[in-house]
Design a protein around this ligand. Structure first.
Ligand SMILES: Cc1ncc(COP(=O)(O)O)c(C=O)c1O
Length: 351
């Protein structure tokens, strides 16, 4: 049996379910979006001889990618070491351990790059010490965005012409990959990335992040900035509020990165009638029952319980301070090109 047949037991869980949210507005709602890139990366690594049978996989993750790897590693006989931090909730941790993963927690942020960098530093030690170990490296491995060809194909099959794609950006794989494939058919596709203030992904100065899944303090190679027409930043309180609205309005019990993408996609769809919008919802809400779906926990979040703006503020530069929902016309430029013009606009709001 080929390695391809072997690794595809969970294939039916990889693709999204299509849920209409309004006229010409669809959610691509995943059980666990990272199953697809995780399987694809392991399969390619096995094919190319980088991942030998029974070898140790080491990865830095505090969420869905780690879970996807653990599900696959358990079935296909790999040892898995995950390096994580506070963002790893106790339910997920229990599940990872049940699946046989070894979980290492770092708690001291590196002076540059914060906890994300200290996770990578710890990872380096494992990779050096364990012979034959393999690092999927979801932030930089080109097989991550490549795997989304399958998602693009499924979306086109189900929806047909797509005018706008909206999704959260973490490693960048899902939005960069899906947009790139969709543009082969629809060159005018409008791609919108959703990030959060203090995340360096689209030019904010690095500072502590209170969200996981989207944004980051280190720039991943898999964020292909030239794919994005527009970028939005939402504060954690705005993200959690939107997640509740998604649940209450559509019955979809999803994680906070889905809520973030929903807020932006619903706004764009409302303002562009007749255009077909697809929004990516990466995971379900069960992991967040004791946080995002818990009123007491929400009371501890800055800015909760609102009020929340119904529209974003358009900013002149992605580097400026953002106190609430903000948007910037990225126009498919590289990060360097945007930052070169940001100096002039720094600190100004365009209303
Ligand atoms: C829950 C969740 N949403 C969204 C994302 C962002 O997706 P991507 O890494 O493809 O940019 C991630 C990434 O880990 C995630 O875990």
């Amino acid at each position: 049996m080929s390695i391809h047949t072997l690794m595809r037991k969970l294939q039916d869980f990889e693709g999204p379910r299509l849920v209409p949210l309004g006229a010409d507005f669809f959610a691509a709602s995943f059980f666990l979006m990272k199953l697809l890139p995780a399987r694809f990366m392991l399969e390619r690594a096995a094919e190319q001889g980088h991942l030998r049978p029974g070898a140790t996989i080491c990865e830095s993750s505090s969420g869905t990618f780690g879970l996807a790897l653990a599900m696959l590693a358990a079935q296909y006989g790999y040892r898995l070491i995950l390096v994580s931090d506070w963002a790893l909730d106790r339910h997920l941790r229990r599940r990872l351990i049940e699946l046989g993963a070894e979980v290492a927690i770092v708690d001291r942020p590196a002076p540059i790059g914060g906890l994300q960098q200290s996770r990578l530093d710890r990872l380096d030690v494992y990779l050096r010490d364990i012979p034959g170990s393999y690092w999927p490296s979801q932030y930089h491995n080109p097989d991550n965005p490549l795997s989304y060809g399958k998602v693009a194909e499924q979306l086109v099959d189900r929806v047909g012409l797509i005018d706008c794609l909206v999704g959260p950006v973490g490693s960048g794989g899902s939005m960069s990959g899906t947009s790139r494939y969709l543009r082969a058919l629809f060159p005018d596709l409008h791609a919108i990335g959703v990030d959060t203030p203090n995340s360096v992904l689209f030019g904010q100065p690095s500072s502590k992040l209170d969200l996981s899944g989207l944004g980051g303090n280190i720039l991943p190679g898999n964020v292909d900035h030239s794919q994005f027409d527009e970028v939005h930043w939402l504060t954690p309180a705005e993200v959690f509020h939107a997640t509740h609205q998604l649940h209450r309005s559509h019955g979809l019990f999803m994680g906070p990165t889905s809520g973030a993408a929903y807020r932006v996609a619903e706004w764009w769809s409302r303002n562009n009638p007749g255009k077909t919008v697809v929004v990516l919802f990466p995971d379900e809400g069960h992991r967040y029952v004791e946080t995002v779906y818990d009123q007491q926990w929400l009371e501890t979040i800055a800015g909760w319980p609102g009020p929340f703006p119904a529209n974003p503020v358009t900013v002149a530069a992605p580097t400026q301070p953002m106190a609430s929902w903000s948007r910037f016309a990225w126009k498919r430029r590289t990060l360097d090109a945007v930052l070169a013009t940001a100096g002039a606009g720094h600190g100004q709001a365009a209303g």
